[in-house]
Design a protein around this ligand. Structure first.
Ligand SMILES: [Zn+2]
Length: 271
């Protein structure tokens, strides 16, 4: 016997809300697509929505970092979805997938109405936290509404352990900065905290990048303190010369390896 909580075109079905969260590169979109395709192949009507702010791969498709694709509605907000689709099409829908959900300001209201009132199954994928580990958009507001919550993890780009956080490699400080592996990398707690300790007091400079190379070198050459000191000196020099961002991005890898070479920590400058 089905619960009669819906007025979804006369269908007596309760809706559902499923939330998929995690850092960047954790496979959230892949998981969302897998669930949507599974619903579709079992005969349910599905639709996918993504934010029109995210134009990284394609405007009319949700695309994963590894190239999987699904057609979608690219919208500035969720409220306009019902109107754009039209009453008939909306009432026929069973399942709605929402990707990059952190960008939708009306996420909570939309999911509440779609699941509670319209009987839809809503599957939402998005970042739970931003690059400073603050709650991002209203994704976390959905948790009290949700049937299930799945937190996925990525691989730390510096040590290969499980990564829970997204580290920004550049100097920009706005919360919404669309980018891929050129701007962000997934990191474990240890490497997230290492970058934050050094970042304190110098938020405008691309210091995560310095930490990135420090950790890489530390890992490769076991030259922990020395590599760190070299990076720190370089950072101070660049900061004083007011060339911080660009100079660090372009010169640190070469200079650090060169300095480690002169300190006898690296045997070759090749590569
Ligand atoms: Zn790590």
């Amino acid at each position: 016997m089905a619960a009669s909580t819906s007025i979804n075109g006369g269908r007596c079905e309760a809706g559902e809300v499923h939330v998929i969260i995690g850092p960047m590169f954790a496979g959230k979109t892949t998981d969302l697509l897998r669930r949507i395709e599974s619903e579709s192949s079992s005969g349910r009507n599905v639709a996918m929505i993504k934010s029109s702010k995210d134009t990284r791969y394609a405007n009319d498709s949700v695309v994963t970092h590894d190239g999987l694709k699904f057609p979608c509605w690219s919208l500035p907000d969720l409220t306009s979805f019902h109107h754009k689709l039209g009453d008939d099409e909306y009432h026929k829908l069973d399942v709605i997938g929402i990707d990059e959900a952190q960008f939708f300001e009306d996420l909570y209201e939309f999911c509440c109405k779609a699941a509670d009132h319209d009987g839809k199954t809503v599957i939402v994928a998005g970042l739970d936290g931003d690059y400073l580990r603050r709650s991002f958009g209203s994704v976390l507001d959905l948790i009290p509404l949700a049937d299930t919550v799945t937190k996925l993890t990525a691989r730390c780009e510096l040590c290969g352990k499980r990564a829970f956080f997204t580290l920004r490699k550049t100097a920009e400080t706005q919360t919404e900065l669309i980018g891929g592996s050129d701007v962000y990398m997934p990191v474990c707690r240890q490497h997230y905290l290492q970058s934050c300790n050094v970042l304190t007091g110098s938020p405008r400079v691309a210091f995560p990048l310095v930490i990135f190379f420090t950790c890489r070198l530390q890992f490769m050459y076991n030259a922990e303190l020395e590599a760190f000191m070299v990076c720190y000196q370089l950072y101070e020099e660049f900061k004083q010369k007011r060339k911080a961002e660009l100079a660090i991005q372009q010169k640190v890898p070469t200079l650090v390896v060169r300095l480690l070479f002169t300190h006898g920590k690296v045997n070759s400058l090749d590569g």
